[in-house]
Design a protein around this ligand. Structure first.
Ligand code: GAR
Length: 200
């Protein structure tokens, strides 16, 4: 049986789209996206899920002391085996990450261990890379543990920084050349490994 996947989002959802497209084209064949959970109402990622006919749920993080409790309940009720953080702008507690050890993966828009950890998310990561003046950046997909961006690396891909890049231009290049490729590839790899570990 295919690995049951939930994708957790907070924004535009281009990485979610890459996963949906990869499922449709057969790049992801060992897993199936069963559920999309957003930490925010009204984000475009929810529309992408709706257009693909995938169940969706909003669990607001802001001002919600039961956020993780509700997240766990939704994941368990749906029998989710693999959690993919795709532009999910929340840091998960140790209680949460240990409950789903080796079952959570995240895409981060830099070559970890550069420009990562608490405070480095979204455009901020690319601003930091440009401020530092590195000539190469990229993206990383890794398992999620209690250390922000600190879990075992699954895939990385390097991307060249060009003269005159703005954070927005660089963000787009990193997405196109790295994130949208390595995230679906990692989703397939981990889904396959989970499927095999179940004996099918
Ligand atoms: C992506 O670049 C993703 O790598 C990054 O946010 C963007 C979300 O875009 N994630 C982080 O910075 C996590 N630390 P998307 O909603 O279009 O996929």
């Amino acid at each position: 049986m295919k690995t049951k996947i939930a994708v957790l989002v907070s924004g535009g959802g281009t990485n979610l789209q890459a996963l949906i497209d990869a499922q449709q084209s057969g790049i992801i064949k060992s897993g199936e996206i069963k559920l999309v959970i957003s930490s925010k109402e009204g984000v475009y990622a929810l529309t992408r899920a709706e257009n693909a006919g995938i169940d969706r749920l909003v669990i607001e993080r802001k001002g919600n002391p039961d956020f993780e409790k509700q997240l766990i309940a939704a994941l368990e009720e749906n029998g989710i085996e693999l959690i993919i953080l795709a532009g999910f702008m929340c840091i998960l507690s140790e209680k949460f990450t240990s409950r789903f050890a080796n079952r959570i993966i995240n895409v981060h828009p830099s070559l970890i261990p550069s420009f990562c950890g608490a405070g480095y998310y979204g455009l901020r990561v690319h601003e930091a890379a440009l401020e530092y003046g590195v000539k190469v950046t990229g993206a990383t997909v890794h398992f999620v543990n209690e250390i922000p961006d600190g879990g075992k690396i699954i895939f990385q891909k390097a991307v060249e920084i060009k003269e005159g890049d703005t954070p927005e231009v660089l963000q787009r290049r990193v997405m196109e050349e790295a994130e949208w490729k390595i995230l679906p590839a990692a989703a397939e790899k981990v889904s396959y490994d989970i499927m095999k570990s179940k004996g099918n």
